[in-house]
Design a protein around this ligand. Structure first.
Ligand code: PGA
Length: 304
């Protein structure tokens, strides 16, 4: 049966009024237009929906069935409309976020704080390396990305929302622990355990040593901040990590931050999306939340 919503709407009006004339008035159509829609509906159903006795029209049995279903279809259409309206708003919907692995130390807290204010929303969070973030941006795979310095070669909207200081870390019994003003020359003698080449932290530390005109002596390479911290604690070398990865270790004094000259390396966290991307209302609300309140939410949490 090939029925259109328009035919059902016209049919429901005629069935309600049991009059072509009044249905035509209600729908602001001409009477022949109404008759035409009903004829097409009857043709497509293969059965008469109305019968005329004298001057009056009545629903046939098939017409009564059609009336019953047309009302529930109309009701469902109203429901669809409501759901779509809600999706257009920020009370429901799904948010797809991808973050750099270092940003994961605070991203879940941000999402939790945002979710508290937006009850009906659901999230997917992908924690991945910089290369994969750039791929996702390029292929429009996520709503928003949180990362360190974004590349200038891609057409992106990038907005900084929080500082990301990179610090030198050591085990508490390291000879440099507790020393003041440790010079770059002295740091140059140490071996550093480093993140994988795609990591933003790795890129930033290499660039920093380069700009300062010092050699970075690298030892083992690891793909996570947790592995770096374990390796540093085990005495495999010094490390350079974002201060945001260190809350627990500083509290338990498992590791220390060295007072190294020129440190911390000051970077920022950015919320990023492709230029020209139409953000959903929920993604737009999250972007605003990050730009406006991320610093506050995270400072409150780290003070606890
Ligand atoms: P990561 O951090 O890629 O080293 O995890 C992100 C960044 O600092 O750019």
């Amino acid at each position: 049966m090939n029925v259109t919503f328009r035919q059902l709407k016209v049919f429901a009006a005629v069935a309600r009024h049991l009059s072509f004339t009044r249905a035509a008035q209600e729908l602001h159509l001409s009477q022949p237009a109404v008759s035409m829609q009903i004829k097409q509906l009857e043709d497509s159903a293969g059965i008469s929906l109305f019968e005329q006795i004298g001057k009056k029209i009545y629903l046939t049995e098939a017409g009564r069935e059609m009336f019953h279903y047309s009302r529930s279809i109309a009701q469902q259409l109203v429901e669809i409309e409501e759901v779509l309206e809600q999706l257009k708003g920020v009370s429901r919907g799904h948010l797809t976020i991808a973050v750099a692995s270092t940003a994961n130390y605070f991203a879940t807290r941000l999402l939790a704080a945002f979710a508290k204010a937006h009850d009906g929303i659901t999230f997917s969070l992908d924690v991945t390396n910089r290369e994969s973030l750039l791929w996702q941006l390029e292929h429009n795979e996520c709503d928003l990305v949180i990362m360190g310095k974004p590349p200038e070669t891609m057409e992106l909207v990038t907005e900084a929302f929080m500082e990301n200081p990179l610090v030198v870390i050591a085990p508490p019994d390291h000879p440099l622990a507790g020393k003041k003003e440790i010079l770059m020359q002295r740091l140059q003698e140490e071996t550093f355990v480093v993140r994988e080449p795609g990591s933003g932290t790795r890129i930033a530390m290499e660039r920093f040593f380069d700009e300062q005109g010092f050699q970075l002596k690298t030892g083992m390479e690891m793909t996570s901040n947790e592995a770096i911290k374990q390796a540093v604690a085990a005495g495999l070398g010094l490390g350079i990590v974002s201060i945001h990865t260190m809350a627990l270790e500083l509290e338990t004094q498992h590791l220390v931050v060295l007072a190294a000259e020129k440190f911390p390396i000051l970077r920022h966290w950015y919320v990023v999306h492709r230029q020209g991307k139409r953000l959903s209302p929920i993604a737009e609300a999250f972007r605003q939340f990050v730009l406006g309140q991320a610093g506050e939410v995270l400072t409150a949490l780290t003070r606890r």
